[in-house]
Design a protein around this ligand. Structure first.
Ligand SMILES: NC(=O)c1ccc[n+]([C@@H]2O[C@H](COP(=O)([O-])OP(=O)(O)OC[C@H]3O[C@@H](n4cnc5c(N)ncnc54)[C@H](OP(=O)(O)O)[C@@H]3O)[C@@H](O)[C@H]2O)c1
Length: 310
């Protein structure tokens, strides 16, 4: 099978298209014929080993000290079950699935074998039927991140919610999920993305490139930093001070991403009901993956970037 091999940490050119042996599923694994993957912020960190200093040692131990332990990287996939081991109960040949591969990586390939049970090595569920494989990779990654930090325990109907970084893979889903939960939503993004964020349902938008302060009379019950701690602005600092009494501020970097197939099932349900719409910035062919990494590395994708494998 064809796979993108990453044998050392470095710039996008370390990614090489190679012919490698196709994996065979064990009794408790499915073999997925991958139709689409994505270039996520996580893939960029892993390939370039651009890990925040406080996570450097644990991440290098997990990912590989001097080179990636898994030469085929890639965190998110959508495809079709090609074959299933005899102990598999949740899936059948031909099922269309989507999910994350966790520490096992391996989504930058034509085939990937995975267990059907959730663990740090992946989670898998039936893909939303109304969207393409490429779109499914967007809602898998952005949805798992956004849903983990939002949800009914944090957001009640009618509350004021602010999503900082509303135009990325997670932000575009966070805006829509907050709307679905009945919140009054403010999205923070740059000038070029104001219309996109409004179109996703934001009641108001704030341009972090033009505005440094917030209206002192407006307070938020829940604030999600959807781009992570490394991207900041004066406005982000102001957001932290704009909480209503009892309000909560969370960053998507507060705690590890949970790989949860029940959450994937909820994302499927809300996507099929039209509450969550994937936003694709650009799509690339499999062999153009280095170019896709160069594009994502600039840090300004709108929604996400898809890689078509098939
Ligand atoms: N908790 C975990 O385990 C875990 C796992 C994976 C990822 N993460 C976090 O999730 C983040 C990636 O999320 P993502 O892929 O959804 O984001 P993303 O798509 O990479 O975000 C891109 C967007 O960020 C916006 N942006 C760039 N700089 C900004 C700034 N200073 N202020 C506000 N917006 C800014 C850009 O908009 P403009 O072009 O308009 O600037 C662009 O639309 C990672 O960076 C990481 O921190 C956490």
């Amino acid at each position: 099978m064809k796979a993108i091999i990453c044998t050392k940490y470095g710039p996008p050119d370390v990614l090489q298209l190679k012919e490698v042996e196709k994996p065979n599923p064990k009794n408790d694994e499915v073999c997925i014929k991958i139709h689409a993957t994505a270039v996520t912020a996580s893939d960029i960190y892993i390939r370039g080993s651009q890990i925040p200093i406080r996570f450097w040692i644990p991440m290098r131990i997990m990912m590989g000290l001097t080179k990636p332990r898994k030469s085929i990287i890639g965190l998110v996939l959508a495809g079709e079950i090609e074959s299933a081991g005899k102990d598999i109960k949740r899936f059948r040949t031909g099922d269309q699935v989507y999910g994350l591969t966790g520490f096992s990586l391996g989504a930058y390939a034509e085939y990937k074998c995975m267990k059907e049970t959730d663990s740090t090595y992946g989670c898998l569920a039936l893909k939303p039927a109304n969207i393409s494989y490429g779109e499914a990779t967007m809602v898998a990654y952005g949805g798992l991140l956004a849903f983990q930090f939002m949800g009914k325990e944090n957001i009640q109907r009618g509350q004021n919610v602010l999503i900082y970084g509303a135009s990325g893979t997670t932000g575009t889903i966070a805006i829509q999920y907050a709307r679905y939960l009945g919140a009054k939503v403010t999205g923070v993004c740059s000038t070029t993305n104001l219309e996109l964020v409004k179109s996703l349902g934001a009641d108001s938008v704030i341009d972090y490139t033009k505005v440094d302060t917030l209206d002192p009379d407006v307070h938020y019950d829940f604030i999600l930093d959807a781009v992570g701690k490394r991207k900041t602005s004066k406005l982000k600092d102001a957001c932290k001070k704009a909480l209503a009494p009892g309000g909560k501020y969370m960053s998507i970097d507060d705690g590890a991403l949970l790989l949860d197939s029940n959450r994937l099932a909820l994302i499927k349900e809300l996507t099929e009901a039209g509450h969550i719409k994937p936003i694709i910035d650009r799509s690339f062919q499999f062999e153009e993956i280095a170019e896709a990494h160069r594009y994502v590395e600039k840090g300004h994708k709108k929604g996400g970037v898809v890689i078509k494998v098939k």
